[in-house]
Design a protein around this ligand. Structure first.
Ligand SMILES: Cc1cc2nc3c(=O)[nH]c(=O)nc-3n(C[C@H](O)[C@H](O)[C@H](O)COP(=O)(O)O)c2cc1C
Length: 291
């Protein structure tokens, strides 16, 4: 049988009718009349290609064209990091802004990208795209683009007439006016507070029409961030660059990166740290309401 994507899905005779595929499939592709009964496929064109059926089957009975044998791996749960190891990784992951000029090895960038690409996406749409910028001239262009947008914003917000009616409405935005000026001054003096000396920028984007672009991209970004930390690579979320992109009606950066029609929804700066922090700290825990 085929899906609209042309995927063939079949159940082999070795099926033990355990019903796992029936229970885990989000699209109800599999059906079973009664427990232990024959499993049949129905409306397989609804398959979202998430691979749960293949991953959950204990005997390898689900033959899914998108997941041939080389894409299916037995899981040794004993090899998973312990909760303590995960807690430690989460505690030591920091946005270390003291970066050296040493480039991040390509092999590590590839692993970081692969980690991002493992993140879940809404309806398993997997519409995210990744643009990795490592060319120094490009990186400089991106920092200067950001400062340019901020400069225009600063000029607009500082206009006395605009200030008069907008400042009471947007006090939070006006807090950034002196920040923009400081960022520009620092850059002119050789301190790039935008990219912080990162040697790679990972742009995560999705089609404009994707309603879950931000959610998908930020989950991918966090995967990338944790993998980077595990490799000893520093990572900093690029909120300033994202803000500039959002404020720019002309979408210059999208064009610069060949990303017309795509929404850049997360950006991660990567670089080799000058040093690793010898300590991790506990911050004030968030309020938790248990209802
Ligand atoms: C949405 C978002 C935007 C951010 N933007 C920037 C940024 O533009 N520049 C920067 O240096 N850090 C940026 N950060 C990093 C935060 O300042 C940092 O995560 C926070 O201070 C906590 O520190 P930690 O990441 O080391 O735990 C951003 C973080 C987030 C989540």
């Amino acid at each position: 049988m085929s899906t609209t994507d042309g995927w063939k899905i079949t159940l082999r005779d070795i099926c033990i009718r355990c019903g796992r595929c029936v229970r885990v499939c989000p699209s109800q592709i599999f059906a079973q009349g009664e427990p232990g009964g024959t499993i049949v496929l129905r409306e397989p064109q609804g398959c979202i290609c998430c691979g749960h059926c293949v991953a959950a089957c204990p005997v390898g009975a689900v033959d899914h064209e998108a997941f041939p044998a080389e894409r299916v791996h037995a899981v040794d749960r004993k090899a998973l990091p312990s909760p303590e190891a995960v807690e430690l990784l989460l505690a030591v992951r920091r946005s270390n802004r003291a970066l050296s000029q040493r480039p991040v090895p390509q092999e590590w960038l590839d692993r970081i990208l692969a980690a991002a690409d493992r993140a879940p996406t809404a309806s398993n749409a997997r519409e995210l795209g990744y643009t990795l910028v490592t060319e120094p001239a490009r990186l400089k262009q991106i920092a200067e683009y950001t400062l340019g947008v901020f400069r225009r914003l600063e000029r607009f917000l500082s206009n006395p007439l605009v200030r008069l009616w907008l400042k009471p409405l947007l006090p939070g935005v006006y807090r950034y006016v002196p920040v923009f000026a400081r960022l520009r001054r620092d850059y002119a003096e050789g301190r790039d507070r935008i990219l912080r000396g990162a040697t790679a920028l990972l742009f995560i984007h999705a089609p404009e029409k994707n309603r879950f672009a931000a959610e998908d991209a930020n989950l991918a970004c966090q995967n990338a961030s944790l993998m980077a930390e595990a490799l000893g690579v520093s990572q900093i979320y690029m909120g300033f660059v994202l803000t500039a992109i959002r404020q720019d009606r002309h979408k210059h950066l999208n064009r610069m990166l060949g990303l017309e029609g795509r929404r850049i929804a997360a950006i991660l700066a990567l670089g080799m740290p000058e040093f690793h922090y010898p300590n991790c700290i506990d911050r004030e825990p968030a309020e938790v309401h248990r209802i």
